[in-house]
Write a protein that binds this ligand. Structure first.
Ligand code: SF4
Length: 458
């Protein structure tokens, strides 16, 4: 409805973004911080930024997301936010008693040049951080990168600021899951455990942002990676970072500082990326793949082959984050579909090349842009229509305007539920993704079928 004036006259734009295909850095940092047990995220900037970050996470996960703010006013904007942050640290530990405060910066505090490392050090020196409590911090200026960059920066801060090598192996394997749903984190842990490996997942928002309704409010729910676990990441056997943009920095930092060997893989979305994840774990642990995982893989293959006729040759437009779009594109191509318009708002040189490598053999032109925006995606669709659109909630405007079957996938999803409870990673997650795609494509088939072709059994 709101986009009905978009046309297919594509003009070159270099300094204007229309309908961004990303959100801001601190949102990713806040999400990562919520994956530490007993952690209160803290936004070093104005109240407006913090309110936006909290409300986006609250609307996506439908859980009350708590975070504090340095509440910059005109004075702190000019003279710096040191006094505000030190006062905030004192107030937070006195009032809410978290184990950790995870401070991320904002555009404003970065622009005025606040040195949060120095301020956190001063807070410790001034006795504002009680014994056994911690303040960690990450730099997250939102005029660079996206929510994925913010997630990566805060996750790296966890590794760098907590890890301590004792010299005694903890027998565990670090897994950095990337910016995925709590449900995906549970599925990743389940798969790793099924292979006989003890996962040390960080951050881990499962149980925190998809917890049960108990009738009792708990500010710091049971889930999350503990401080002891974060310290012990330096004693792990190895690390896997899932999603190069969100997770590579953390596992590489542990490798560089503590010689914890690391691998960086794609998110295990779809058949082939999950195969690579399972193979890496199997090789690292020196174990055979258990029957239960082979069975799940077989079920996914069965669904792909059963429903191939409905998906083959279908043209798809995609918007989302690079770590998600690369394996998703590969999955769609595996199923015979044609992802022809692909856009991400997160910058990064490798993205376009990876998509070109995956789609290079298709008999059609593929538009790919990173960083690009949803307006560009819409204009591409106007020029060459598609059979399916997969994007976050904001894609619904394009889907409505051009009457396209639509699958919500990615972040944020503000108008549907399910994503925090049902994973889309791993083999089982692959089946759910196909189910969502088929529901959209086949509902359209039914809607448009003439009466004589309106089939009961498909
Ligand atoms: S983009 Fe910058 S100013 Fe805007 S909400 Fe994010 S941190 Fe705040």
């Amino acid at each position: 409805m709101l986009l009905r004036h978009t046309n297919d006259d594509i003009k070159k734009r270099s300094s204007l973004t229309v309908n961004p295909a990303k959100t801001c850095q601190p949102i990713g940092a806040m999400y990562a911080a919520l994956g530490i047990h007993g952690c209160l995220p803290h936004s070093h900037g104005s109240q407006g930024c913090c309110a936006y970050h909290r409300s986006t996470l609250t609307r996506h996960y439908r859980e009350p997301v708590m975070a504090a703010t340095s509440s910059f006013t005109e004075g702190s904007s000019v003279f710096g936010g040191q006094a505000n942050l030190i006062q905030a640290i004192d107030n937070i530990f006195t009032t809410y008693d978290p184990d950790i405060i995870a401070v991320h910066t904002t555009c404003l505090s970065e622009t005025i040049g606040d040195d949060v490392n120095q301020i956190a050090g001063k807070a410790v020196k001034d006795g504002k951080v009680p014994g056994g409590k911690y303040v960690i911090h990450a730099s997250t200026p939102s005029y660079v990168g996206s929510h994925i960059t913010g997630f990566a920066n805060m996750t790296k801060a966890m590794a760098v600021q907590f890890a301590e090598k004792t010299g005694k192996s903890n027998g565990r394997f670090n897994i950095v899951p990337g910016f995925v749903e709590p449900s995906d984190m549970t599925e990743i842990k389940t798969m790793v455990k099924t292979l006989g490996i003890d996962p040390l997942l960080f951050p881990d928002t499962s149980g925190i942002l998809n917890g049960p309704l108990t009738g009792k409010y708990t500010m710091f729910p049971k889930g999350g990676t503990s401080v002891d676990e974060l310290k012990s990441t330096a004693d792990s056997i190895g690390s896997i970072g899932l999603g190069p943009l969100a997770s590579a920095d953390a596992v590489r930092a542990l490798d560089a500082r503590f010689k914890v060997p690391c691998q960086v893989l794609d998110l295990p979305v779809g058949l082939l990326a999950t195969d690579r994840f399972v193979d890496s774990l199997r090789t690292a642990a020196g174990v055979p793949v258990p029957d239960s995982i082979t069975r799940e893989r077989g079920q996914l293959l069965d669904v792909v082959s059963d429903m191939h006729q409905y998906l083959y040759g279908k043209k798809v437009a995609l918007a989302g984050d690079p770590d998600h779009l690369v394996p998703l594109t590969e999955f769609l191509v595996t199923m015979g579909m044609k992802p022809i318009h692909i856009v991400t708002g997160t910058p990064g040189k490798a993205f376009e090349k990876r998509i070109r490598d995956i789609t290079g053999h298709l008999d059609c032109r593929v538009n790919v842009k990173g960083p690009g925006d949803m307006f560009t995606l819409h204009q591409w669709i106007k020029k060459e229509p598609v059979d399916l659109l997969m994007a976050n909630t904001y894609g619904k405007y394009i889907a409505r305007d051009d009457d396209i079957p639509f699958v919500r996938w990615g972040f944020p999803i503000l108008d549907r539920i399910g994503h925090s409870y049902f994973p889309t990673v791993g083999y089982r997650g692959g089946i759910r993704l196909i189910e969502k795609i088929l529901d959209a494509v086949m509902d359209r088939l039914d809607r448009d079928a003439p009466e004589e072709k309106f089939e009961l059994v498909m």
